[in-house]
Design a protein around this ligand. Structure first.
Ligand SMILES: Nc1ncnc2c1ncn2[C@@H]1O[C@H](COP(=O)(O)OP(=O)(O)OP(=O)(O)O)[C@@H](O)[C@H]1O
Ligand SMILES: [Mg+2]
Length: 463
């Protein structure tokens, strides 16, 4: 499976390679033709010179004077092989090498114009020119001049070596270039993917980095950013809707509550009293849930944000424990409070009060009658910048399967649902409030033994 990057590198290398091969082939062929043409031209000029020498010798009746004939040279041509034929097909001058190579049944006597052919020997190849001497008033004869093809082969060999070296090098270069160019081109994409991966409902304000160059990647980044913006808007109006809705529900609930309380006073029949009591408790549950919902919606919509200020965490803890004392007494639960020392903190004390209250409420609510809930506030053993609040109960504990879902909105274990009232929002709220103050909540629980909730808070937000 190739990446786009890999495909680009492969395709450009292949296309470039094919082009190079075609070019190499064309250059090779045209060089071959040019070299042959050069050799042929030289053979022709050698043949002309030989013709005039032979004619001169004939005029002077000293033909064949081989020394003089072999002394004739043409620039750029090594020693040539020569045979001369008369009109009857007899060799006037013979050459053993040449005659052993000549296989074609040339009819020298009938030749009217120059003819060229390549002769292949055992070790050597020759280029051979048949040259009918222009002999109007003389005995017609044909010169057969041949020169080795070595120089042609040599320059072609050079060319081949050049190609074998340069083509792979060029391919390597183009592959490297394609690799670097695509890597540079794709880098912004990789960066965008990383950022996009991190964007979720909780940080929709983030945007992809738009690259400088005005290219496709830039327009992609801008398009995606516009999409994230639309999602953010939709999210926001959704949250706003929930916040508004829960707010709107609160007022009628309050009115119904006071009307019911009023009716309760004047009702005389026991059955009516009972039904009003049930209604009131349901209204109470509903108000509790709507309160939680509204707080969550406001936190989501960032309408509520921490107001950090210096405060005493130990005081907040003591006050909160005080606040739930009546609840604990109702179940004969002992509240065991230990505060290591006075702790100056910075953070939002109201948010933390609420966060601690939810956890304490659980500890009491899920404890068995007559149990003990211990609350301990101390400095962290690991990091002196952190304070730790342990809230431990000896209740039924939480099944392992449920532990991962505790902080989900509306999550309640089956047991809790059957035996206690609640909306399942408490821990979800606590976690957000603690996180907004730079801390975190951990839960350790064993079924049948109890639950330990630990709230870790920094002494200073951002410290
Ligand atoms: N101390 C605890 N012991 C046993 N189970 C617990 C404890 N604390 C939380 N749980 C379980 O976690 C669930 C979620 O707790 P959470 O506080 O969010 O909701 P709730 O207590 O059911 O409702 P609410 O707090 O909104 O009134 C509870 O329903 C219960 O099943
Ligand atoms: Mg709760």
């Amino acid at each position: 499976v190739l990446t786009i990057k890999g495909k680009i590198v492969l395709a450009s290398t292949l296309v470039f390679g094919a082009t190079l091969l075609v070019f190499a082939f064309l250059i090779y062929e045209s060089t071959k033709q040019a070299e042959l043409a050069k050799l042929d031209a030289r053979l022709e000029s050698q043949a002309e010179k030989l013709e005039s020498e032979i004619e001169e010798q004939l005029d002077e009746h000293r033909f064949p004077d081989l020394d003089d004939i072999h002394n004739i040279h043409t620039e750029g041509l090594p020693k040539v092989l020569l045979q001369v034929w008369d009109s009857t097909g007899h060799a006037l001058i013979g050459d053993s090498t040449l005659s052993s190579l000549t296989t074609t049944e040339q009819q020298p006597s009938r030749l009217k114009q120059n003819a060229l052919e390549s002769l292949r020997g055992h070790h050597k190849a020759y280029r051979c020119l048949w040259y009918p001497a222009d002999a109007d008033e003389r005995v017609p004869m044909v010169l057969q001049v041949a020169a080795p093809l070595d120089p042609v082969h040599e320059s072609l060999e050079h060319l081949r070596i050049l190609f074998v070296v340069t083509i792979p090098a060029a391919l390597l270069l183009i592959a490297l270039a394609a690799h670097f160019i695509t890597r540079t081109a794709f880098r912004p994409l990789t960066g965008m993917a990383t950022v996009a991966q991190g964007i979720s409902g909780s940080n929709l304000g983030e945007r992809l980095v738009v690259p400088e160059a005005s290219d496709e990647v830039r327009s992609l980044a801008e398009t995606l950013n516009r999409m994230i913006e639309r999602i953010e808007l939709a999210f926001r109006s959704q949250r706003q809707f929930v916040a508004d809705a829960s707010h709107e529900i609160r007022t009628p609930l309050t009115i119904i509550n006071s009307e019911l309380e009023f009716a309760q006073k004047s009702a005389t029949e026991a059955a009516v009293q009972e039904s009003i009591r049930i209604s009131l408790s349901e209204i109470d549950r509903l108000s509790h849930m709507v309160d939680g919902l509204m707080l969550l919606a406001r936190l989501d919509a960032e309408q509520t944000s921490p107001q950090p200020q210096p405060f005493r965490l130990d005081e907040v803890v003591v006050e909160t424990v005080q606040f739930v004392r009546r609840l604990a007494q109702a179940k004969s639960i002992t509240l065991d409070l230990y505060v290591q020392e006075a702790f100056e903190c910075s953070g939002d004390p109201e948010m933390l009060r609420r966060a601690i209250l939810n956890v304490l409420d659980n500890a009491i609510k899920y404890s068995l009658t007559g149990g003990t809930v211990s609350v301990r506030l101390h400095e962290s053993d690991l990091d002196r910048g952190f304070l730790v609040l342990d809230i431990e109960d000896h209740g039924p504990g939480i099944p392992d399967a449920d532990q991962a879902r505790l902080f989900e909105r509306f999550f309640r274990s089956a047991e809790a649902r059957a035996e206690t009232d609640g909306s399942g929002l408490g821990l979800a709220i606590s976690r957000i409030l603690v996180a907004l103050n730079g801390g975190r909540i951990l839960v350790q629980s064993a079924t049948g033994k109890g639950t330990l909730v630990t709230i870790e808070l920094p002494r200073k937000i951002g410290a």
